[in-house]
Ligand binder design. Structure first.
Ligand code: ADP
Ligand code: MG
Length: 730
C-alpha cells in the first residue's frame, strides 16, 4: 500500500547533485544573450528600423508595417543564429502562468514547391489565436471566439529553448482586455501622467515618471518522487492533509542557512538562465520554512520586471525538474509553517533620475518626497478594498492572516521617523499663512530626514504595505501572483490620488497662495484624512485587529466578498473613470476571479474526497484489522483476566480508528452533497459565496480526522509521504 512512498524515499536517497557548468565566470559575458535588446537591435536592424523601435519603446508610438517587416526580418535572423526554429506570441491570460502557441518559421515561397524561412511584420505585430478556451468572464462568445495578441514593444523579444517569444497583450475581437498586461500598461501610463504633473511642481524638466518593481519570489522545492507520491500536491499545489512534523521551523535553523548542494546547483542553473534572458537576479537565500527559498532581482521598470517574473516562474519549474525537484509556488503548501509571498518593492522614478519615494538631500527634495509618500499613504487608505481584491484569492487566503503573514487589513508602515514628520506636519501648519520662521523650522525639520533614513534599521515585517527607505513594499502579494494585478490596482489608485492632489494644490495657487505653501496645506489635509491607515505596530497581533476595526479599516477574509469589491464605487472610480478598464472588462474580471475560486475549492474538495476514501480509509481499516487479529490472538493465549488488562488499550485504538473512519466517510458524503447543491447555482458570484460557506469548511474538517489517523496508523502502511519527509528529506 505504501509502496510509492517508500520507493520515492529510496530514489531520493540515491540522488546526486547535478553539476552545472557556468558559460563564463563573469555573468556580464553572457547577460542578455537571448534577448533582442537595444544592443542586439542596433546590430541586426537597419538604422531607420532601430530608431523607430527605440521611439516606440520609449514613447509608446505605433510602428508602421514597413518598419515592422524590417524588424521581423532582423529578429528572425538573430533568432535563427541562436537556434530558434519557431516563434510565438507570449501573453498572460487570466490564468496562472503564461500562454504560447508555437509556429515554425517555415512557409511556402513563391510556389508550394519552394519552402522558405519566413517571419513578417504582420506576424510579429499581431496574431489571432483562437482563444475561446481562455478565461474571459463572458466577454468572448463562442461565435466570436477570435482574440488578438499584439506586440508590446516595450518588452523585448527573447528566445526560450528553440522558440522566439514576442511579449504581447491579449484582447478580444471587440477590443476588451483578456489579460493582465493590457490594464497594467494603461495603469502605468496613468500614474506616469499624474506623477509627472506633480513632480513638475519641483522640477520643470521632468517629462516622464516610470514605475519600478523589484519582486522577491519565495518558493518551496520538493523532491520530484515524493511530489509524485502526493496527488494533492500534484493536483492542487498544496498538501490537503499531513500531520505537522515534530520538528519544522521552531529552531529557526533554515533561514539564511547554508544551501544544500542539490538546491544550490538548481539555483545556479536558474541564475544562469535568468541572466541569459536579461533578468538581473541577484539575491538567493534560504527562507524561514524548511525547503523554502527566495530569489530576487535588482529592481527595474515594472512592466518588464513583471514579464521577467512570469518568465522566471516558468523557468523555475522546468529547471527544477532537471534537478529532480518540483517547485511549489502555492502560497501555503504546508499547514502550520510559513507560506510563500512575493513582496512587490514599488517606487516611482523621474526621467531625470530621481526616485520620488527616496528622501532627497535638500528641503526641496524632501517636500517632493513627502508629497509622494503622503499621497501613497492616502491612495492605500482610500483603496484598501481594491488592493485587497487584487491579491486575495483561494491560495493566498491560506497565507494572509496566518501567523507569519500580514493580515487581511491593509495598513501602512512608515517607520517612526516619517511618522513623526507626518504628525508634526499635520499639527504645525495652520490653515492661515505660515510665518517665515515656521516655514524655516519645517524645512529644517524635514531636512533632517535623509541621514536618519539612510540607517534603515526600522523594519517591520508584519505590515502588508511598508516603507523601506526609498520604496514601498507591498508584502501581502502571494507567491503565485501575476504582479500586474496588484500593481494595476496600486498604480491606478496612486494616479487618481495624485490627480486629486494636484487639482487641490492648483486651486490654492490660483487663489493666490504661494506654491510651496499650497503644497504644504494640501499635504496636511491629506495626512489628516488618511491617518487611520498608518500603523507601525505588530500587524500580527489580535490587539491590532481590534484597533483597526475601531479605526474603521476594513478586514475582509471571505474571498468572494473581497473579489466583489472590484465592483464597489471606490474601485470603479479608480479603474473605470480613469479609463484603465471598461465597466464590462471589470465585470468580466470579477466573474473570472469568482470562477477561479469556485474551481479551486471544487478541485480541492474532489481530490481530498478521493484521497480520503481511496487511500486513507482503506489504510486505516487495514491497520485496524491487524489490531483486531492481534486482540483475537491475545484472547487465545491469555487467561480472561490477563486478556482484559492487555486488550483494553488496543480496543480503545480500534474504536478511535472506527470513529475517525466513520467521521471521514460521513463528512466526505456530506461534502459531495454540498457540492451538488452549489453546482446548481447559476450566478458565478453566488456560487463562489456558496462554495466558500458550504464546501470549503469540509476541507479542514476532514483533514483533522485524517491527520489524527496519521498519528495512529503503522508508519509502514501510511501511503502518502509525511511532512517530515517532504520538508527534510534531501
Ligand atoms: P529585503 O528582503 O530586505 O526586502 P531584498 O534585497 O531581498 O530585500 O529585496 C529588495 C528588492 O527591492 C530588490 O529587488 C531590490 O532591487 C528592490 N528595490 C530596491 N530599491 C528599490 C526601489 N527604489 N524601487 C523598487 N524596488 C527597489
Ligand atoms: Mg523585502
Amino acid at each position: 500500500m505504501a509502496k510509492l512512498r517508500f520507493q520515492a524515499l529510496t530514489e531520493l536517497m540515491n540522488r546526486v547533485p547535478q553539476k552545472v557548468e557556468f558559460p563564463s565566470i563573469k555573468a556580464t559575458d553572457y547577460f542578455g544573450k537571448l534577448v533582442f535588446n537595444k544592443a542586439t537591435m542596433a546590430k541586426y536592424l537597419s538604422g531607420d528600423a532601430y530608431k523607430a523601435v527605440k521611439v516606440a519603446m520609449e514613447k509608446g508610438d505605433a510602428i508602421d508595417r514597413k518598419v515592422a517587416d524590417s524588424v521581423a526580418n532582423g529578429m528572425k535572423a538573430w533568432a535563427m543564429e541562436n537556434g530558434a526554429t519557431h516563434y510565438t506570441h507570449w501573453f498572460q491570460p487570466l490564468t496562472e502562468g503564461t500562454a504560447e502557441k508555437h509556429d515554425g518559421f517555415i512557409d511556402y515561397g513563391d510556389s508550394t514547391e519552394e519552402m522558405i524561412e519566413a517571419f513578417s511584420g504582420k506576424l510579429l505585430a499581431q496574431q489571432e489565436p483562437d482563444a475561446s478556451s481562455f478565461p474571459n468572464g463572458g466577454i468572448r462568445q463562442t461565435f466570436e471566439a477570435r482574440g488578438y495578441t499584439a506586440w508590446d514593444v516595450s518588452s523585448p523579444a527573447f528566445i526560450m529553448g528553440t522558440t522566439l517569444c514576442v511579449p504581447t497583450v491579449f484582447i478580444s475581437y471587440t477590443g476588451e482586455a483578456l489579460d493582465y498586461k493590457t490594464p497594467f500598461l494603461k495603469a502605468l501610463a496613468a500614474v506616469d501622467k499624474a506623477a509627472t504633473g506633480v513632480a513638475q511642481y519641483f522640477d520643470k524638466d521632468v517629462k516622464k515618471v516610470h514605475t519600478n518593481l523589484g519582486w522577491e519570489q519565495e518558493y518551496f522545492l520538493i523532491d520530484r518522487s515524493l511530489f509524485q507520491a502526493r496527488p494533492d500536491l500534484m493536483l492542487t499545489g498544496r498538501t490537503l492533509m499531513g500531520h505537522s512534523s515534530s520538528k519544522d521551523q521552531q529552531l529557526d535553523d533554515h533561514y539564511f542557512g547554508s544551501i544544500p548542494e542539490r538546491v544550490s546547483q538548481f539555483m545556479i542553473e536558474l541564475e544562469i538562465e535568468s541572466h541569459l534572458h536579461g533578468i538581473p537576479v541577484k539575491t538567493r537565500h534560504n527562507e524561514v520554512a524548511p525547503n523554502q527559498f527566495e530569489l530576487a532581482p535588482i529592481y527595474g521598470e515594472a512592466n518588464l520586471a513583471n514579464d521577467q517574473n512570469q518568465l522566471v516562474m516558468d523557468m523555475m519549474k522546468r529547471i527544477a525538474r532537471r534537478h529532480q525537484f518540483e517547485v511549489l509556488l502555492h502560497e501555503k503548501p504546508f499547514a502550520g509553517i510559513n507560506g510563500s509571498g512575493k513582496h512587490n518593492n514599488w517606487s516611482l522614478q523621474t526621467d531625470t533620475g530621481v526616485i520620488l519615494l527616496a528622501p532627497g538631500k535638500n528641503p526641496k527634495g524632501n517636500l517632493q518626497f513627502l508629497t509622494f509618500v503622503v499621497n501613497a499613504v492616502a491612495a492605500v487608505y482610500k483603496n484598501q478594498d481594491l488592493l485587497r481584491a487584487s491579491i486575495l484569492n483561494a491560495s493566498n487566503s491560506h497565507r494572509l492572516g496566518a501567523n507569519e503573514a500580514p493580515p487581511a487589513i491593509l495598513s501602512v508602515f512608515t517607520g517612526s521617523q516619517i511618522a513623526d514628520t507626518l504628525d508634526n506636519l499635520a499639527e504645525s501648519i495652520t490653515d492661515q499663512k505660515m510665518s517665515p520662521d515656521e516655514k524655516t523650522a519645517l524645512k529644517l525639520g524635514i531636512g533632517r530626514i535623509p541621514e536618519i533614513l539612510l540607517d534603515n534599521t526600522d523594519r517591520n515585517r508584519t505590515s502588508p504595505f511598508a516603507f523601506t527607505g526609498n520604496r514601498f513594499e507591498f508584502r501581502a502579494v502571494g507567491s503565485s501572483a501575476n504582479c500586474a494585478a496588484p500593481l494595476t490596482a496600486l498604480s491606478a489608485a496612486m494616479a487618481v490620488q495624485l490627480e486629486e492632489f494636484k487639482v487641490e494644490v492648483d486651486a490654492l495657487i490660483e487663489g493666490g497662495v504661494k506654491k510651496d505653501e499650497a503644497i504644504f496645506q494640501i499635504i496636511k489635509k491629506t495626512i489628516l484624512a488618511s491617518n487611520p491607515v498608518r500603523f507601525n505596530g505588530d500587524g500580527y497581533s489580535e490587539a491590532w485587529r481590534i484597533e483597526a476595526e475601531k479605526r474603521g479599516l476594513t478586514n475582509i477574509q471571505c474571498v468572494p466578498e473581497s473579489i466583489s469589491k472590484y465592483l464597489a464605487p471606490a474601485a470603479k472610480k479608480v479603474l473605470v473613470e480613469s479609463g484603465i478598464m471598461s465597466e464590462r472588462e471589470l465585470e468580466a474580471r470579477v466573474e473570472v476571479e469568482m470562477e477561479k475560486y469556485v474551481k479551486k475549492i471544487q478541485i480541492e474538495a474532489r481530490v481530498l474526497g478521493d484521497l480520503a476514501i481511496n487511500h486513507i480509509v482503506p489504510t486505516a481499516i487495514a491497520y485496524q484489522t491487524s489490531l483486531i487479529q492481534n486482540v483475537q490472538g491475545l484472547r487465545d493465549i491469555f487467561s480472561e483476566k490477563e486478556f482484559n488488562e492487555l486488550a483494553g488499550p488496543r480496543k480503545e485504538v480500534i474504536v478511535t480508528i472506527s470513529n475517525h473512519v466513520s467521521a471521514i466517510k460521513s463528512k466526505v458524503a456530506a461534502m459531495v452533497e454540498a457540492r451538488k447543491v452549489c453546482n446548481k447555482i447559476e450566478h458565478e458570484d453566488k456560487k463562489a459565496y456558496a462554495y466558500d460557506k458550504d464546501v470549503r469548511p469540509f476541507l479542514d474538517d476532514i483533514r483533522y480526522h485524517i491527520d489524527k489517523l496519521e498519528l495512529i496508523v503503522d508508519n509502514e502502511m501510511w501511503p502518502l509521504p509525511k511532512y517530515r519527509e517532504l520538508l527534510f528529506a534531501r
